[in-house]
Design a binder for this molecule. Structure first.
Ligand SMILES: *[C@@H]1O[C@H](CO)[C@@H](O)[C@H](O)[C@H]1NC(C)=O
Ligand SMILES: [Ca+2]
Ligand SMILES: [Ca+2]
Ligand SMILES: [Ca+2]
Ligand SMILES: [Ca+2]
Length: 325
């Protein structure tokens, strides 16, 4: 998918949302955006900067003097160049951008970590998590606030055990991240699908039929006529969700729906930045024969000195190499 196609998709999906009279539950897990800015290098490089640094970090760059941002960038380029050969490859760039993209995931785990690691040993045991989350319920197993804590706890325990790769009932930071953000981990995808199916499959037959699918996103509330978007969803179910046309969604079909293999923003952006740096023909090693990876920014940090590297990575000017319009 090209960027214009992507933008078209995005604006179409906005149209859908704004035309919905009732709130629709979104079951689909999307990759987080690299930036909420428009990607148009003819205007500015805000998108590239957000992608490269993460939006928060990019914001702090706006407040730095050119000298300060050069110094900061120098340190960052060092970190991107993981094998320390003085070149930043497309692969290294992609890994870096992915990390920036997932930053909100790691931030949310950091925020919650202290709360659960009661004995501060650097791990979160299932007992710790259960006590913190369900302590009040365990003390008084019969609260009348309408929540089924028992069911929630059983579900959490199942997910915790799935995230706990080595089965010691204790989560490392990585395992706890998989527990809190299972959609980010391949080995957790089955449980994401399972939990979603359990939510929607009201008759418990292990499948999602058309009425269950619609019932999850729309409640009639006595309305005689269904809104247009619900009719569209019915068509979606028949045309796209129920691939083998047996009238219901099985595990695989549900997985395709809620965990679509999205357009890889990180890979596209890495390629774009490398291409951008090749266009400038400054400080770029010629591509090696035999399909060696495209490289950019030979050592020490030419990308950092204003005007001498890929323009998209020049943080020292607002609109680096493009003529003012
Ligand atoms: C959890 O709470 C129970 C009951 O209060 C207590 O006996 C147990 O030691 C607690 N476990 C942890 C890991 O804090
Ligand atoms: Ca602990
Ligand atoms: Ca473990
Ligand atoms: Ca069912
Ligand atoms: Ca089917």
């Amino acid at each position: 998918m090209t960027i214009p196609q992507l933008l078209l998709c995005l604006s179409l999906s906005m149209l859908c949302i704004s035309s919905k009279p009732t709130e629709k539950k979104d079951r689909v897990h999307h990759d987080p955006q690299l930036s909420d800015k428009v990607h148009d290098d003819a205007q500015n490089f805000d998108y590239d900067h957000d992608a490269f640094l993460g939006a928060d970090e990019a914001k702090t760059f706006d407040q730095l003097t050119p000298e300060e941002s050069k110094e900061r960038l120098g340190m960052i380029v060092d970190k991107i160049d993981t094998d320390k050969d003085g070149f930043v490859t497309e692969g290294e760039l992609k890994a870096w951008i992915k990390k920036a993209q997932k930053k909100y995931v790691y931030d949310s785990v950091e925020r919650q970590w202290q709360e659960f690691d009661m004995n501060q040993d650097g791990f979160i045991s299932w007992d710790e998590y259960r006590n913190v989350t369900y302590g009040t319920y365990l003390d008084d197993p019969d609260p009348d606030d309408g929540f089924n804590y028992k069911q929630m706890m059983v579900r959490d325990e199942r997910r915790f055990k799935m995230a706990d790769k080595d089965g010691d009932l204790t989560a490392t930071k990585e395992e706890f991240t998989a527990f809190l953000h299972p959609e980010e981990y391949d080995y957790m995808k089955d449980i994401v699908v399972q939990e979603t199916m359990e939510d929607i499959d009201k008759n418990g037959d292990g499948y999602i039929d058309l009425e269950e699918y619609i019932g999850d996103m729309y409640s009639h509330d006595g309305d005689a006529d269904e809104p247009e978007w619900v009719k569209t969803e019915r068509e979606q179910f028949v045309e796209f969700r129920d691939k083998n046309r047996d009238g219901k969604m099985d595990k695989e079909e549900t997985k395709d729906w809620i965990l679509p293999s999205d357009y890889d923003h990180a890979e596209a952006e890495a390629r774009h930045l490398v291409y951008e740096s090749d266009q400038n023909k400054v400080g770029t090693a010629p591509p090696l024969p035999g399909g060696a990876p495209a490289r950019m920014s030979p050592s020490p940090h030419p990308a950092v000195s204003a005007g001498a590297g890929p323009a998209a990575l020049d943080f020292t000017a607002q609109r680096p190499s493009f003529p003012q319009r």
